[in-house]
Design a protein around this ligand. Structure first.
Ligand SMILES: [Zn+2]
Length: 300
């Protein structure tokens, strides 16, 4: 398939790539997930990512920010993504890194990113950054995102199973309350929403979650390919967005370097999706959200 949109990737500034140990010391959560000795995290420059995307038929690479604790590090990461979307406007889109605990600073940063063409905020990590969904700074950030028509991506962990670095203990019912409070907000819950799609079988919940989407980032680290058809049956193909978590090694046993192709081949072989479902999940759903998001959409 061509024209794929990957809604969930992470591109790091070159000085983070070149000084990983320093950044592990500066940010304990980055240190936990990206310790060079044990991590599955890999890195790519914009040009490397484009070359791999071309090979895999990926048209747009949507960069999620990172859940840095320090506001200055969030800004630094955003400055880098700003450069990339200016340089390659057809290939990249960006979500802003913020720490909602920084309150108004986070709001001003969202506005700065909004004016510079970012389409969303995220990937936010409540567990990693140490806030809960009812934190006033987070609610303030959501009000800003809502006003700016920016998409929101939140890292969600599943409430069962083994503990691993990055597993987020945030209770799932908080996302239901969030969707209820912000019915127009386009909320993307990463990693299949930690199992939340199951509850959409309950019509009352489905109604509240009408603007909630689920991304497929890092799926092979947790689930087999059948999850694609299962969640499609649960919530409908129009609510699922293809995301890889590139350049994370999502097939650690089989992969030496990060890339997009292995996951795409796996989905083709085991996802059991019809061509129409595939078209929505791999491209159309994200395309529609991007077209309706951010400054360009708000001014029109
Ligand atoms: Zn995540």
């Amino acid at each position: 398939m061509r024209g794929i949109i990957d809604i969930h990737t992470h591109m790091f500034p070159p000085d983070v790539i070149n000084n990983q140990e320093k950044y592990c010391r500066l940010d304990p959560y980055f240190g936990l997930l990206c310790n060079p000795k044990s991590t599955l995290q890999r890195y790519a420059t914009a040009e490397e990512a484009i070359a791999l995307a071309d090979e895999a038929g990926i048209e747009k690479i949507v960069m999620q920010g990172w859940y840095w604790l320090d506001h200055g590090l969030c800004r630094h990461h955003n400055d880098y993504m700003m450069e990339i979307i200016k340089k390659y406007p057809d290939r990249f889109e960006a979500f802003a890194s913020i720490n909602p605990k920084t309150g108004w600073q986070a709001v001003w940063e969202i506005e700065r990113c909004y004016l510079n063409g970012f389409i969303g905020i995220g990937e936010m990590g409540p567990g990693g950054q140490g806030w809960e969904l009812n934190h006033h700074g987070f609610r303030l950030a959501m009000e800003t995102a809502d006003a700016c028509k920016m998409l929101v991506n939140i890292h969600v962990g599943e409430p069962v199973g083994r503990i691993y670095p990055g597993k987020d203990p945030t209770p799932l019912d908080g996302f239901y309350e969030l969707a209820k409070e912000f019915p127009n907000l386009k909320l993307i819950l990463a990693h299949w929403g930690g199992g939340l799609p199951y509850f959409e079988l309950w019509p009352d919940i489905k109604k509240v979650m009408k603007n909630v989407y689920y991304d497929t980032a890092a799926s092979p680290l947790l689930y087999g390919g059948r999850i694609f058809s299962c969640v499609t049956r649960l919530v409908g193909p129009e609510k699922i967005l293809f995301g890889s978590d590139f350049p994370l090694l999502i097939y650690p046993g089989r992969q030496k370097e990060a890339g997009f192709t292995m996951f795409l081949e796996d989905i083709k072989a085991t996802g059991e999706l019809s061509p129409e479902e595939e078209q929505l999940i791999m491209r159309n759903n994200s395309l529609k959200l991007i077209a309706q998001a951010g400054f360009r959409a708000t001014v029109d």
